[in-house]
Design a protein around this ligand. Structure first.
Ligand code: NAG
Ligand code: NAG
Ligand code: NAG
Ligand code: NAG
Ligand code: NAG
Length: 901
């Protein structure tokens, strides 16, 4: 408990005195027998220990034979100024001192800084300040009191043992604690442990609140015992104790330090303090050897303590510095042995007694000897580090049921932890986590979605295989033979691939997790399999529609050229043909007259019934696949997919520990330029979908003999296009981040598209094969060469045109008849004119002249005016017929036609 400020400590100087005989010893020193500024005097127990040691050393014959140690001492009261004055006393008053022995840290600091000037080695038994571990500032200082830093490697080792990656230092703003905290931070940083630091002066309330806010769990406290009690009480009030927290305190407090003394006015009862103190750890340098091996002084640690206790003859708990007394005892032994060593190592003409304050040889030898010190003392093994620090073991204790139990020892030199595995935890399981445990929970596709999808996709794949076998078996049947079975097989492969990709798209599911190393592979597999599946399935349908449309277009061109021959070759007709060829065949179809239609149909059927080589389809599918391969290749090469984790807000699981939080993580496949690639692929596919829809609309009435299922293909394309064009934006834009919904949408789309496509294309075929026997198939095929290949719409139009033809025929007959009548009447009129010529000339001379003029200038637009004139001419004898004829369009137009012609 020798911490700098408030203690008084003794310090002294060892004076060498050699007499010829008998051996004389001179001892000088001061002792802090009075209490200093509020603390207790550490010298109270240490002075007797030092005297005891001098006695023991002087009694030993094998140490410094012929010499006696005598110590002169002063009471420094742990005040640096007073100590300086006492140092001058030592230096300027004979006899010459060979070494200085100091107590508390502040006194040690000033003495050890000055002593090198007089070539004096300083040995401190009470300085614990880490600041003293500085060879540049204190070149000749050694100490038997372990530095406060000594416990830091131990603390870090325990942190590592319990796998704590983060802790908080709560410290009082005192030099010794600040330097200790700095050292602890430095070691922790080297080990990759995160450290937060909170300091307070006097009242720890604010610092405790900060700790609470920072969610500190492992807290290392560095403060004096009065502050420790305040901290413990605040910890109780702030709930910073219990199963989620682990406190580390300094080990040199008294065992019952946490009982609240009435004079401190703590707002906590003893029970509350005991509750908060339960299961805390302490670290403390070992100051009394507890093993049974006797030390160099032939005493064990316990024997030494008993001897010292006898010396006081009172309760040692009230004796200041009692725990440190072994260090003072060992300090004397260390210097005695160093003198013995120096004596042996000095050149023969120089003796120890020849030491003066400028004797470098003796000073150097003494320094080396102290540095080489290694013996078993009552405080354990006494050794010094290069910086003069005592190397000691650290003892780790835990409070269990209000009593400190030794957990183990840590040896700083070897870095070995001797652990008894007796630690206990309030949660009964193990060390609590160092912070709120944030568990990453990958958002997975739930089983309710995954397994049904898998079921249906397996079913689909099986169906594809069965259909393939079935069609292979019946490949001789016309319905299969004439449906481009190779093309349909590509559809089956594509659909199977799409269905298979659902397995991968659903990963990771609740039951199946994917190691992160496999994720890039999974990402690429998903994308490519679905992409190629789509290209095969859709490409095969697209190829059919495309070829049907191409053939329709070829046929239209022939038709157009034929019509060109028949009709007037005006520029307007040329443009019209061009548009028709581009837009489709419908305009031309309508244009062609009913009579021509039969011949046309005949010709069309010969064009459309040609067998089509499967290579044509392969070429189209291959072209689409090449585009896919190219895009995929460039994508994977330039900007490969990798796993990205999108983090979602934390939540506390309802049924779990309160210091556990779940962080949902969405594992996604992502490229750096994801949008660009998706844009390219989606754009291309959308174009294909829209174009395919257009083509299938265009060819909806066209039927090729060797693509007998083109209408179903068209339907399938509509369906796929609609499903895909609706789903893609929904999935990418609306339900981003909802794994289940996303998967459900994708899988539903894929399942529906594949099922409907396969169903539409194979359903009717299978039904046909099962219902119609092969023989009937042939008969039907032979009987139906003509109308059978006509589609319903064509049939309807054909019927319509025929009907129209019939009515026109009737009208023509009617008109013929009327023309006949008119002719007859005309003849009659000419006959009459010969008899009544004069009569007529009188009646309508001027009128006739007019009619003749009109006839000369008559055009199509003046037809209506011409008709009444003619009638007027004729009406000379039958005036009542004027109106009748005027209303009769047929007759008038016919007659006008006659006239025009
Ligand atoms: C130590 O030396 C001082 C003189 O320097 C002397 O007064 C004192 O008696 C000596 N102590 C012992 C125990 O011999
Ligand atoms: C002290 O030195 C003597 C030789 O001068 C040696 O025999 C003795 O062992 C040494 N004592 C110790 C404890 O090392
Ligand atoms: C003492 O603690 C109680 C809670 O246990 C609290 O309500 C009260 O304000 C505290 N008093 C002081 C003076 O801190
Ligand atoms: C050392 O001291 C002794 C007597 O104390 C003296 O006789 C001797 O000359 C001194 N040696 C040196 C080198 O000073
Ligand atoms: C100190 O120990 C080293 C080896 O451990 C030895 O070489 C050296 O001589 C010793 N120095 C003295 C002064 O005893």
């Amino acid at each position: 408990m020798f911490v700098s400020t408030s203690w008084l400590l003794l310090w002294g100087s060892i004076v060498w005195a050699a007499t010829a005989e008998p051996v004389t010893l001179h001892i000088g020193g001061t002792f802090p027998m009075e209490s200093g500024s509020g603390g207790w005097a550490g010298g109270e127990a240490c002075l007797p220990a030092v005297q005891m040691a001098l006695e023991d050393v002087n009694n030993r014959l094998d140490i410094l034979p012929g010499y006696v140690l005598n110590m002169t001492n002063h009471n420094s009261q742990c005040q640096p100024g007073l100590a300086m004055q006492q140092l001058y006393d030592f230096l300027y008053k004979p006899p010459t001192k060979l070494m200085l022995l100091t107590g508390c840290s502040p006194v040690t600091t000033v003495i050890a800084e000055a002593a090198p000037v007089w070539k004096l080695v300083v040995l401190s038994y009470g300085g614990s300040s880490p600041a003293l571990s500085n060879r540049n500032r204190f070149p000749t200082l050694f100490r038997t009191h372990p530095s406060a830093n000594m416990q830091n490697p131990t603390r870090i080792h325990i942190m590592e043992k319990f796998k704590w990656k983060r802790f908080t230092i709560l410290m009082s703003v005192e030099e010794v604690f600040v330097t200790t905290a700095k050292d602890l931070e430095a070691i922790a940083r080297k080990k990759g442990i995160r450290v937060d630091r909170q300091s307070f002066y006097g009242d720890p309330t604010d610092a405790m609140k900060t700790l609470q806010r920072q969610d500190a769990r492992i807290i290392v406290g560095l403060f004096y015992v009065t502050e420790a009690r305040k901290v413990l009480c605040q910890a109780y009030h702030h709930g910073l104790y219990g199963r989620r927290y682990v406190w580390f305190f300094i080990g040199w407090y008294a065992d019952t330090w946490y009982y609240p003394p009435p004079e401190e006015h703590l707002n906590c009862t003893a029970e509350q303090m005991a509750a908060a103190a339960e299961y805390h750890f302490t670290t403390e340098s070992v100051m009394l050897s507890r093993d049974n091996l006797p030390a160099i002084s032939d005493m064990t640690g316990m024997q030494f303590q008993e001897r010292l206790t006898r010396h006081f003859q009172k309760e040692t708990a009230n004796v200041g510095g009692f725990p440190e007394a072994p260090l003072a005892y060992d300090a004397v032994w260390a210097l005695a042995l160093a003198f013995n060593c120096t004596r042996n190592n000095l050149p023969s003409h120089i003796r120890l007694e020849n030491f003066s304050y400028d004797n470098k040889i003796i000073a150097d030898t003494l320094f080396q000897c102290v540095k080489n010190t290694s013996f078993r003392g009552v405080s354990g093994k006494v050794m010094f580090s290069d910086s003069g620090d005592r190397i000691a073991r650290t003892q780790i204790e835990q409070m269990q049921g209000g009593k400190y139990k030794i957990m183990g020892y840590y040896d700083t030199t070897s870095g070995e932890l001797e652990w008894y595995n007796k630690e206990q935890w309030l949660n009964g399981r193990g060390p609590p986590p160092d912070s709120t445990v944030i568990k990453k929970h990958a958002m997975t596709v739930s089983n309710e979605f995954y397994y049904p999808t898998i079921f249906f996709s397996v079913l689909g794949i099986l169906a594809c295989i069965l259909i393939y076998i079935f069609t292979q078996k019946h490949r001789e049947r016309l319905v299969i033979f004439q449906s481009q079975p190779e093309c349909n097989n590509i559809l089956l492969i594509g659909c199977s691939l799409c269905l298979f990709s659902l397995f991968l798209i659903g990963l990771p599911s609740d039951d199946i997790s994917v190691p992160e190393s496999l994720f890039p592979f999974l990402c690429h597999a998903r994308v490519t399999i679905l992409l190629f599946g789509f290209t095969f399935a859709y490409g095969s349908m697209f190829a059919k529609v495309w070829i049907v449309h191409r053939m329709g277009a070829t046929e239209n061109q022939q038709l157009a050229s034929r019509q060109k021959d028949e009709e007037e070759n005006t520029p307007w007709e040329g443009i019209r043909t061009l548009i028709s060829t581009m837009v489709g065949r419908q305009a031309l179809m309508r244009k062609s007259s009913g009579q021509a239609y039969g011949a046309l149909l005949e010709k069309r059927n010969t064009v459309l019934n040609q067998p089509i080589s499967p290579t044509k389809f392969y070429v189209i599918v291959a072209a689409l696949t090449v585009v896919d391969i190219f895009v995929c290749f460039v994508w994977i090469l330039i900007d490969p997919l990798h796993l990205t984790e999108q983090k979602f807000p934390l939540f506390t699981p309802a049924d779990s520990e309160e210091d556990e939080m779940i962080m949902p993580v969405l594992q996604q496949c992502q490229s750096n330029q994801q949008e660009v690639w998706i844009g390219i692929i989606m754009g291309f596919k959308c174009l294909l979908l829209v174009f395919g829809t257009f083509l299938s609309y265009e060819t909806r009435n066209l039927k090729l003999r060797f693509i007998n299922d083109s209408r179903f293909v068209g339907l399938a394309i509509y369906n796929v296009a609609v499903m895909t064009l609706v789903t893609a934006p929904v999935v990418t834009l609306l339900i981003h981040g909802k794994v289940d919904a996303n998967f459900a949408f994708i899988s539903l789309t894929v399942l529906i598209c594949t099922y409907i496509s396969v169903g539409l294309i194979y359903g009717p075929k299978i039904r046909h094969i099962i219902k119609v026997p092969p023989s009937a198939d042939e008969v039907q095929q032979n009987g139906n060469t003509g109308p059978a290949v006509m589609s319903k719409v064509d049939q309807k139009r054909y019927d319509m045109l025929r009907k129209e033809n019939e009515t026109l025929q009737k009208q023509i007959e009617e008109k013929e008849r009327k023309i006949h009548e008119c002719r007859e009447r005309l003849e009659q009129l000419t006959m009459n004119s010969e008899t009544e010529d004069m009569n007529a000339q009188l009646l309508s001379g001027s009128n006739k002249q007019l009619a003749e003029d009109n006839m000369t200038y008559s055009t199509a637009t003046t037809l209506t005016t011409t008709i009444p004139l003619i009638d007027l001419q004729l009406n000379g004898t039958h005036p009542g017929q004027i109106y009748e004829n005027d209303n009769d369009d047929d007759c008038s137009s016919t007659s006008s036609d006659e006239i025009l012609l």
